[in-house]
Write a protein that binds this ligand. Structure first.
Ligand code: GTP
Length: 765
């Protein structure tokens, strides 16, 4: 026997990869994950435990004892906790050093500590800028956070006790003038400004600012502090701190009960398939579904309900049947996180393309593990090595090359590699230790919803916790009702649906939106009450304008301490300009406010760019490109600021000026209309005449004009002549035909779009 992978060993020995990894840890063998290979010597050692006569009991015991470590290894969410505790530890170390020997400290190392501590704290402060969608993480996550918080509080209390002791001894020697007493504990909800925190601590704001400065954070009196900053400051003063979470009556959290550990059982992973257009997402989803029909119960008809489940080796997986980014974008922007694992489809003959990168960014932002499906291996030009090579740039490194990303070579049309992909998905889901409580009232997310003429509102719900039953009283987003009928992905009527199961339900009073969350109530009256309250709230919310970042009010937000990091999505005509723009923007540094590039891409601004920007509260910059129709609509409804430019330094100037509060507000470009070139006529003395049809607004003689081809700006200049039939026209409105020539530009083609604009004075509010 030569080397083998951990999961292979586990399968051969009828055990789980997790157990093998645990055993390897006990043997001090360093491995990354279940894809890691193990040597023959290690296999011999493992056999002592896992061979039929090996001592199984002790290995189980160790596993339970160490399961916490294991979770830390595999759980991505735990990484955050680790980094948090790291920062706490570092802080404690600094603190200890300070107290132990203040004079011995060498100035240089002190500075270094301050800087790194400062960066950490700056990061903490910056966390506030984390996309809204990310903040509203899944409910389970919220609970984990609360538990984490409890743990931290406990640690703090211990630390505070020690700290108090130290303070007491210090103060015994030098306490002279009466100082206002520090409280033992403070509580707060939402956020605290420096001033508010100072008042709670009976301190002067300047003292808090000084402490923050010492930690490397420049803050003003009115600046909001995030939880970690509040905790650090309180820690410095030896005061306990507790954050109260206030739940509104419309908040589902208020009605959900804590799940008893004993009731938690394993649940299937929810998988989303993403990738560049034409790389084979739909074909793969179909192939997986067919594999299920082939293997599944006879006569099972799969019905399109937006999601389906398959079974492989007795283990289930749930696939969201919406290729593309919907599962990540629209759902995440609504605060729902449904996906546990992302499959990134990359065509072996095409390699990494713009949407591949976009998909990676989405999966990374959602912190879900990625499995790469290298598709179209049957094609002549297939080059899986190139795909691997290209993906290393995005930190997706195959295990063979020292990384930890799983790559599966496959052909969706030939149905090759599907089983392997399913097997890998099951392995990853095992490592993720996904759990839910089937005994709870059902909670989950809307995958799709529509109004059916016969059935009324129909919604596909993904149960994420609890069990959904027929006749349950349910609130879904801002709609409510009783589950009249439930149909599963095979089109069969079912009475109940367990965690990770998608079902189509009827019985709601209105159509909810994809990404809305739902909760079942034991009491029908309560469900109606909460449903109605949520409906009211929804109406109010849609009325009041959503506040998103816009370049115009950037400075205001920076001033008020709401901005420390400005998120930007860049779309450009070519990769080179996108990169140049990104690096120039990243260099702008105004009073500690930084630009963070969330995503760069080539081509027209698409709806998915807007949704990503909305979810991460970002500004979209289009460089020589334009938004398409859907993107325009999305930008309007999501209130995303889209800035279109043709010269790099102009972008830099505008953003820098906005950051400094010096944005020249007087003139703004206003697009007044659009015409489509339907025919071109070449006339020797005049040049090319564009026979056009005004599709939107109007075109005027004195307007500026841009020629756009496939979403990319080819030319910007002025209208030379504008004619209706043979006559000169001052302006031509929507739904009329006209002939247009451009000043000094003749390369006009059929299908080009002419965008007319004027510079308009805008009112300052
Ligand atoms: N040779 C080969 N062709 C494939 C394979 N998988 C998909 N295709 C073909 O590639 C084309 C695009 O496949 P789709 O599944 O529609 O790709 P997609 O990623 O869903 O594309 P969009 O839905 O447009 O984003 C189709 O013509 C498929 O038949 C494969 O494994 N091998």
């Amino acid at each position: 026997m030569s080397k083998m992978r951990i999961y292979e060993y586990a399968r051969q020995n009828n055990t789980t990869s997790k157990e093998v990894i645990q055993q390897l840890k006990n043997l001090n063998v360093d491995v990354k994950n279940h894809m890691s290979t193990i040597s023959i010597e290690t296999i011999v050692e493992l056999d002592k435990k896992f061979a039929p006569n090996g001592n199984k009991t002790s290995s189980n015991e160790q596993q339970t004892n160490n399961s916490k470590n294991n979770k830390n290894e595999s759980g991505r969410r735990m990484n955050k906790q680790q980094s948090n505790s790291k920062s706490n530890k570092q802080h404690q170390q600094n603190q200890n050093k300070k107290q132990a020997s203040p004079n011995q400290r060498n100035q240089e190392s002190q500075n270094k500590q301050q800087i790194s501590q400062g960066q950490q704290n700056q990061k903490n402060l910056n966390k506030k800028q984390v996309p809204q969608g990310q903040q509203k993480r899944g409910d389970n996550q919220k609970r984990q956070d609360q538990q984490k918080k409890k743990g931290r509080q406990h640690k703090n209390q211990q630390h505070n006790r020690n700290h108090n002791k130290n303070q007491n001894t210090n103060s015994a020697t030098k306490q002279q003038k009466p100082v206002k007493k520090l409280p033992e504990k403070i509580t707060y909800s939402e956020t605290l400004t420096v001033d508010e925190l100072a008042a709670k601590l009976n301190k002067d704001a300047s003292e808090i600012i000084k402490k923050l400065m010492f930690l490397g954070v420049m803050a003003t009196k009115n600046q909001d502090l995030d939880d970690d900053a509040v905790e650090l400051i309180c820690d410095e003063f030896g005061v306990q701190v507790e954050k109260e979470i206030i739940l509104e009556d419309t908040d589902f959290d208020k009605y959900r009960e804590e799940d008893d550990e004993a009731n938690l059982i394993e649940r299937p992973a929810v998988v989303t398939i993403m990738g560049h257009v034409d790389h084979g997402k739909t074909t793969l989803l179909d192939a997986i579904r067919q594999a299920k029909v082939r293997e599944g119960e006879a006569g099972g008809i799969t019905q399109h309900i937006g999601a389906y489940q398959v079974e492989n080796d007795g283990k289930k997986l749930t696939f969201l049947d919406t290729p593309g980014h919907a599962a990540f974008t629209s759902m995440r922007s609504r605060g729902a996180q449904v996906t546990d694992i992302a499959v990134l489809v990359v065509a072996a003959d095409d390699g990494v393309m713009p949407q591949t990168v976009e998909a990676i960014n989405h999966a990374k932002a959602a912190e879900v593990p990625i499995i790469v499906a290298v598709n179209k291996m049957d094609k002549e030009g297939a080059n899986p090595d190139r795909v691997m090579q290209e993906l290393t740039e995005y930190e997706l490194i195959p295990e063979d090359w020292g990384g930890s990303t799983i790559f599966v070579n496959m052909s969706a049309v030939k149905h090759e590699g599907i089983d392997n992909l399913l097997e890998m998905l099951i392995l990853v889901s095992e490592m993720e230790e996904l759990k839910a409580n089937p005994k709870a009232n059902a909670f989950g997310t809307v995958i799709e919803a529509e109004l059916d003429k016969g059935k009324g509102p129909v919604a596909t719900l993904l149960v994420q916790n609890g069990t959904l039953n027929k006749s349950d009283s349910i609130v879904v987003g801002s709609t409510f009702g009783r589950v009249r009928a439930m149909v599963n992905d095979e089109g069969k009527r079912v009475q109940s649906a367990e965690p990770s199961t998608p079902v189509e339900v009827t019985g709601l009073n209105d159509v909810p939106q994809a990404g809305d969350q739902f909760l079942v109530f034991s009491d029908e009256k309560k469900a109606r009450q909460v449903g109605e309250a949520r409906q009211q709230k929804h109406i109010q919310e849609t009325r009041s304008e959503t506040t998103k970042v816009s370049v115009d009010d950037l400075f205001e937000q920076i001033k008020q301490g709401e901005m420390k990091e400005i998120n930007v999505v860049i779309k450009a005509d070519v990769q080179g300009s996108a990169e140049a723009l990104a690096s120039s923007l990243e260099k702008i540094d105004v009073e500690g406010v930084k630009i963070k590039i969330i995503h760069t891409g080539v081509g027209a601004i698409k709806e998915s760019d807007i949704i990503l920007a909305s979810a991460s509260n970002a500004i979209v910059i289009g460089f020589n490109v334009r938004p398409d129709v859907n993107a325009k609509k999305a930008a309007d409804t999501e209130k995303v600021d889209v800035r279109l430019h043709r010269v790099i330094y102009k972008v830099i100037e505008e953003i820098e000026a906005a950051m400094k509060g010096m944005l020249d507000p007087e003139y703004e470009e206003k697009v007044i209309g659009q015409a489509e070139v339907r025919e071109t006529f070449k006339v020797s003395r005049i040049g090319t005449i564009a026979g056009s049809y005004v599709t939107d607004g109007k075109i005027t003689r004195d307007s500026g004009v841009r020629l756009i081809r496939d979403g990319v700006v080819q030319f910007e200049g002025e209208v030379d002549t504008l004619k209706r039939f043979k006559d000169d026209a001052k302006e031509v409105s929507q739904n009329y035909e006209c002939g247009i020539t451009l000043k000094n530009f003749n390369d006009i083609k059929e299908g080009d779009i002419l965008e007319a604009f004027v510079m308009e004075e805008i009112e300052r509010t």
